[in-house]
Ligand binder design. Structure first.
Ligand SMILES: *[C@@H]1O[C@H](CO)[C@@H](O)[C@H](O)[C@H]1NC(C)=O
Ligand SMILES: *[C@@H]1O[C@H](CO)[C@@H](O)[C@H](O)[C@H]1NC(C)=O
Ligand SMILES: *[C@@H]1O[C@H](CO)[C@@H](O)[C@H](O)[C@H]1NC(C)=O
Ligand SMILES: *[C@@H]1O[C@H](CO)[C@@H](O)[C@H](O)[C@H]1NC(C)=O
Ligand SMILES: *[C@@H]1O[C@H](CO)[C@@H](O)[C@H](O)[C@H]1NC(C)=O
Length: 476
């Protein structure tokens, strides 16, 4: 009896051992990747981005592992930790190793390189050697990464010089600056670039509709698309971008400026040198806490200026030169206490120039030339003497350099009116100080601009020149 029991127990132990051995072997096989199974691959798109500013984890996540070694490697280490630099082929970090092939592929697309920039794009010291790239420690990964591209004025060119597969392959960039190059093609979806806050594609070769994909770059603070050949409508969503700088001047945008213009939080808004038609949306007053400079100049805008412009209490530059506007200057403009530069030149404005506008305390440049104004009072005449106000080629017949009486008579023979005349007399602010009152109270007034060469005191005017480079940090 006892012998049979012992025998059964012995069988059990043997079977148990076999099962345990099988489990162990299986485990080892799984742990080493099974030897001949396909190596797991993690394409860039599927990389698991940790949320920004998360403390770096102590246990490495799969996303931090290097790409699997080639098949010939017999048994890779079972649990590879974050490798020290010498074991990741001399790249300073894995984040940099990741962008190396992206830069090399882009290099092949550069056909014209007058400054010899791409010659420096060789070897593994991306942060040290490569011109046009900047590195920084990326939050979350806590390692060196490619944090910015600065190709400003490199004049890179080539028939296939597109952003596709380039900008989207640089997952850690904070800025992409490429003023004055020959980039072309379409703009890829930027929604994966979670740190991108400055995009400057000014003075390149982009054509076609407004690049809708930029609307997906949710963190953009600076968007510069000026001097391209974008055409068609601008989508209202543009004014929902949480940007500080919005430069879309010198393109071929047509049609009306979307009604939600005033939703934009931009401080600098430049719509100049396009083909916009229609009026300035009344919603512009919603931007009163943020808008500092706005240029509508050289479009095909029509109608009267809405009195709501007078609510832009922070604005210092407002320019509608060379459009088809008409009507008088709204009396609300006397509330624009911060105005430094105001141009209504080359339109069909008429009426009296309000004395209260001529007494705005900060005015440096007030241009009304080539309109049909008929009267300037003593305060305005003072500004003319100081070289601040320019009223040449109007209908103030007692002043020099005016239109002919015949041209003025012809203009005024038509019926002139604005849709809401009463709103143009409305003054939406209470305290109105004249220049003289401010002077007598001892407040220092800004003196007229001395030099004709503008240092970029006004960002927006600087942006009207093609090669002028602007970035957000210059204007904080
Ligand atoms: C830019 O590209 C366009 C056409 O793609 C070409 O006509 C032009 O010459 C190029 N300019 C430069 C500076 O490479
Ligand atoms: C540009 O792309 C076209 C079509 O994709 C290709 O035929 C051509 O060889 C490319 N040119 C260069 C310089 O890469
Ligand atoms: C004033 O503004 C006008 C039009 O914007 C410009 O042409 C002129 O050069 C400016 N003058 C000064 C002194 O800045
Ligand atoms: C004209 O503007 C005034 C002042 O803003 C406003 O109260 C009034 O409703 C407007 N009238 C019309 C017809 O739009
Ligand atoms: C911005 O421009 C300034 C002055 O040109 C320059 O020193 C700085 O590096 C630029 N910043 C970026 C992010 O390009």
């Amino acid at each position: 009896m006892g012998g049979r029991r012992k025998f059964l127990l012995f069988i059990c132990v043997i079977v148990g051992c076999i099962i345990i051995s099988c489990i162990i072997i299986a485990c080892i096989n799984i742990g080493t990747g099974g030897g001949d199974g396909p190596p797991p691959s993690a394409p860039l798109e599927n990389q698991d981005f940790p949320p920004p500013r998360q403390p770096s984890p102590t246990i490495p996540k799969p996303s931090l592992l290097p790409p699997p070694p080639p098949k010939i490697s017999p048994s890779p280490p079972p649990k590879p930790p974050l490798l020290p630099p010498n074991e990741i082929d001399a790249f300073e970090s894995l984040r940099l190793k990741l962008v190396f092939p992206v830069i090399q592929a882009f290099k092949k697309k550069v056909v014209k390189d007058p400054l010899g920039i791409t010659k420096t794009w060789k070897g593994k010291d991306i942060c040290g050697d490569y011109k046009g790239f900047k590195c920084d420690t990326v939050p979350g990964f806590n390692q060196k990464a490619l944090s910015g591209v600065n190709f400003n004025q490199f004049n890179l060119g080539g028939p296939n010089l597109t952003l596709t597969d380039f900008i989207t392959g640089l997952p850690d960039i904070v800025f992409f600056h490429a003023n004055s190059n020959n980039f072309t093609g379409s703009i890829p979806n930027l929604n994966k670039l979670r740190y991108l806050d400055e995009l400057d594609l000014s003075n390149n070769n982009f054509i076609g509709n407004f690049p809708y994909q930029v609307l997906r770059a949710h963190h953009l603070k600076f968007l510069d698309l000026r001097f391209n050949t974008f055409a068609g409508l601008i989508p209202p969503q543009v004014f929902l971008l949480n940007v500080d700088f919005l430069f879309i001047n010198n393109n071929n945008f047509i049609q009306k400026i979307p009604d939600n213009l005033g939703s934009t939080p931009a401080r600098y808004l430049i719509l100049a040198n396009n083909k916009f038609i229609g009026g300035i949306p009344k919603s512009i007053s919603q931007a009163s806490n943020t808008l500092l400079e706005v240029l509508f100049l050289n479009n095909q805008l029509t109608g009267c200026l809405p009195y709501e412009i007078g609510l832009l209490k922070k604005a210092r530059v407002f320019d509608v030169e060379s459009n088809y506007f008409t009507g008088p200057i709204p009396h609300s403009f006397q509330c624009l206490k911060k105005f430094e530069a105001l141009s209504l030149a080359r339109n069909k404005f008429y009426g009296e120039v309000p004395e209260a506008v001529c007494s705005l305390p900060e005015l440096l440049n007030f241009t009304l030339s080539y309109n049909y104004f008929t009267k300037v009072g003593p305060l305005c005449q003072e500004l003319i003497k100081n070289g601040v106000l320019d009223v040449k080629m109007n209908c103030v017949l007692e002043l020099p350099n005016q239109r002919s009486p015949a041209a003025c008579a012809k203009f005024f023979s038509r019926t002139l009116s604005c849709p809401n005349e009463t709103s143009l007399a409305y003054v939406p602010c209470s305290e109105v100080y004249t220049r003289a009152q401010l002077e007598s109270s001892g407040i220092q007034l800004t003196s007229p601009a001395p030099s004709p060469v503008q240092a970029p005191r006004w960002v927006s005017y600087a942006a009207l020149s093609r090669h002028h480079v602007i970035n957000a940090s210059m204007y904080h």
